[in-house]
Ligand binder design. Structure first.
Ligand code: IPM
Ligand code: MN
Length: 349
């Protein structure tokens, strides 16, 4: 019996999660596993009512679950930064979800903004460090409010944090068994402390993986290759900030936020799966948002629980409808409503 915590969140989060839960139910019947899910209102609406973001006892409660299924965090009436740090980043940090795994896979070339790129050309995974770097929130103001003001924002990188992330990425490259290539994406030419540590660690860990080819690309060049030669990539490992930036570009080359999913993973603890697109307030409640990113996130959740066949079936059903049914992956342009897209996935399972 799997225990799954569900945080629908704000905006279109609840709508897409509802479709994901529909798919979960059917998948459990077909693949004969049992689960129990519980909804949690850790979101902007609760914050506006109670002033509470995520409390320590909320985290303790979530630790009783095997996985978390998250819709989206972000409310138009809450000042930017509060919910992001108080809920989303707090979840990632408190549960030590030190990997942010973001597959970039094109399912239908008609939805790719790049000319002449086929599904075989766009199929890679970004392993984003998810617990350190610039996201650590270290820094300070000096002489705040004066003309001599200085703002420091520190990128915090530990040997242990970098090493566990790099090792995880090598394991992903081995398990994928595709090009068996791992690219370190950094900025060794300018950020000479952080990326010196990353590079040294990368080469040391690489010795344990003689079956994996290694490569290096500066982050600026990486964005160029994503557009020009995405077929060069298999697995990419990078820090928290660069990973945030390059995976938005990755989402676009795979067809947009409507299909992009990610996992916040603690390999020894509770992991959390989410569509990466945000709460999209302007589409809320209109049955127009694409639920496929949330459904793909559910597939990743199932894979993480060890239900590999169920996960593959979910992905297969998504591929089928992306190839044969949808007119577009964008909100309002799919040719179907949110619920109908969820139904199509269920029908194809
Ligand atoms: C993401 C988001 C978050 C991040 C924000 C909402 C804090 O952009 O999941 O990529 O920066 O990690
Ligand atoms: Mn982001």
């Amino acid at each position: 019996m799997y225990k799954i915590a569900v945080i629908p969140g704000d905006g279109t989060g609840p709508e897409v999660i509802q479709e994901g839960l529909k798919v979960l139910k059917v998948t459990s019947e077909k693949f004969k596993f049992q689960y129990e899910s519980k909804l949690f209102n850790f979101d902007g609406t609760r914050y506006l009512k109670t002033g509470k973001a995520l409390e320590d006892n909320d985290i303790e409660e979530l630790k009783k679950y095997q996985a978390i299924y998250l819709g989206a965090i972000g409310h138009p009436d809450v000042k930017p930064g509060i919910l992001e740090t108080g809920i989303l980043l707090k979840l990632r940090f408190s549960l030590d979800q030190y990997i942010n795994l973001r597959p970039i896979k094109l399912y239908n070339e008609a939805f790719c903004p790049l000319k002449d790129k086929k599904p075989a050309d766009i199929d890679f995974v970004v392993v984003r460090e998810n617990s350190e770097g610039l996201y650590k929130g270290m820094g300070e103001f000096k002489n705040k409010g004066t003309k001599d003001e200085v703002a420091l924002q520190i990128s915090y990188n530990t040997r242990k944090g970098v090493e566990r992330c790099i090792r995880y990425a090598f394991e992903v490259a081995r398990k994928r068994n595709a090009k068996k290539k791992l690219t370190l994406c950094g900025k060794t030419n300018v950020l000479t402390y952080a990326w010196d540590l990353w590079e040294r660690t990368f080469h040391e860990v690489a010795k344990e993986y003689p079956d994996i080819t290694t490569d290096y690309a500066h982050v600026d060049a990486t964005t160029m290759w994503f557009v020009k030669n995405p077929e060069w990539f298999d697995v990419i490992v990078t820090d928290n900030m660069f990973g945030d930036i390059i995976t938005d570009l990755g989402a676009m080359v795979q067809g947009g936020m409507g299909i992009a999913a990610g996992g916040n993973i603690n390999p020894q603890g509770v992991s959390m799966f989410e569509p990466i697109g945000g709460s999209a307030p302007k589409y809320t409640g209109k049955n127009v948002i694409n639920p496929l990113a949330a459904i793909c996130a559910l597939g990743m959740l199932l894979d993480n629980l060890g239900e590999a066949k169920a996960a593959a079936a979910v992905e297969g059903a998504v591929i089928k409808i992306v190839k044969t049914k949808l007119k577009s992956l964008a909100a309002g342009k799919m040719g179907y409503g949110t619920k109908e897209v969820g139904d199509l996935v269920v029908d194809n399972l």
